[in-house]
Design a protein around this ligand. Structure first.
Ligand SMILES: Cc1cc2nc3c(=O)[nH]c(=O)nc-3n(C[C@H](O)[C@H](O)[C@H](O)COP(=O)(O)OP(=O)(O)OC[C@H]3O[C@@H](n4cnc5c(N)ncnc54)[C@H](O)[C@@H]3O)c2cc1C
Length: 278
């Protein structure tokens, strides 16, 4: 309940934040605080300083073009939900509870990289990119390379995530389906689906999974089964079975390995059917 003693820094700019972080190798960024404060309260981490980035307004913009959408790192889950971004807004609406969504940020969520977090399934399916700034400059990389392992983002000391960039899938059907024990909980399994459909034929398919691996994955073979094929019950059944091959869950309080694999199949089918209904 009680965090350890800690210094607190309120920088005026991203440059000031990155310089401070580089000089103090155990200092940590504070964004929405809804992962880091619980960890401090349990004393799982003991950083020397928290560097608050919540007031840096140039990390707060959403800009849209026909090709892509860029989301500032400190955009809250609630703001992402309100922004009408195909698939991503629906995903944001299912994170935690209203209080969490009012504070938690997209940059914080991907920097935390909880294996059961919701955004990663969607960002993987979307081929999202992450923009990162440090004292030596800026770089952009694919989310799939950024997400190195559970709780392990590709961030060096002194670097801050500044933007998340996703292609604009405005002509796609989509659905994010989350299985949870109760409203407000992390996912047992989450399945993100994007489908481009021409009449009865699926022209493109993207499927991301969270909760059932160390990091979110794309079910590429299952996507390929859908591409250029006619939508039938048999095809959806076959694809849902194929997606299970991408699930390597661990047994925990949310269920057994067998249960989670079955749940992956059920949620995939549900996500495909919901997307096709759109
Ligand atoms: C009750 C509860 C329920 C929740 N349920 C869900 C859920 O269902 N699904 C889900 O996905 N999440 C859930 N969460 C987590 C929530 O979404 C967090 O808000 C999110 O994981 C972290 O975002 P934050 O902005 O709060 O980050 P913080 O807690 O401020 O930071 C998290 C970590 O990321 C680092 N960091 C933050 N921002 C940056 C940045 N821009 N650049 C570099 N490093 C940065 C911090 O140093 C820290 O290590 C839940 C949290 C709570 C408390």
């Amino acid at each position: 309940m009680y965090p350890p003693k800690i210094g607190y820094v309120i920088p005026d700019s991203i440059e000031e934040a990155t310089e401070f972080l580089e000089k103090h190798d155990d200092a940590k960024v504070l964004a929405g605080g809804h992962s880091i404060i619980p960890m401090l309260k349990l004393r799982i981490i003991r950083p020397s300083y928290l560097v608050e980035i919540r007031r840096l307004n140039n990390l707060h913009n959403i800009s849209k073009s026909e090709e892509e959408i860029s989301i500032g790192a400190i955009t809250t889950h609630y703001e992402v939900f309100k922004s009408n971004i195909p698939l991503l807004s629906e995903t944001a609406s299912k994170i935690g509870d209203p209080q969490v969504r009012n504070m938690g940020t997209i940059g914080g969520s991907i920097s935390q990289l909880d294996p059961s977090a919701d955004y990663p399934a969607t960002l993987m399916a979307m081929d999202a990119k992450v923009k990162i700034k440090g004292t030596k400059g800026e770089r952009t990389e694919l989310f799939k390379d950024f997400a190195k392992d559970m709780f392990t983002p590709d961030l060096n000391q002194g670097e801050i995530v500044t933007e998340i960039i996703v292609p604009n899938y405005s002509d796609y059907k989509y659905s994010y389906q989350k299985l949870e024990r109760k409203a407000g909980d992390f996912a047992i399994v989450g399945v993100a689906v994007l489908l481009k459909v021409d009449g009865e034929i699926i022209k493109d398919a993207r499927i991301g999974l969270t909760g059932v691996n160390n990091v979110a994955v794309r079910a590429v073979d299952a996507e390929n089964m859908l591409k250029d094929n006619k939508i039938t019950d048999e095809l959806l059944e076959k694809v849902s079975n194929e997606v299970v091959k991408y699930a390597n869950p661990v047994e925990d309080i949310r269920g057994s390995v067998e249960y989670k694999k079955k749940a992956t199949k059920v949620m995939t089918k549900r996500a495909l059917l919901e997307a096709l209904k759109r």
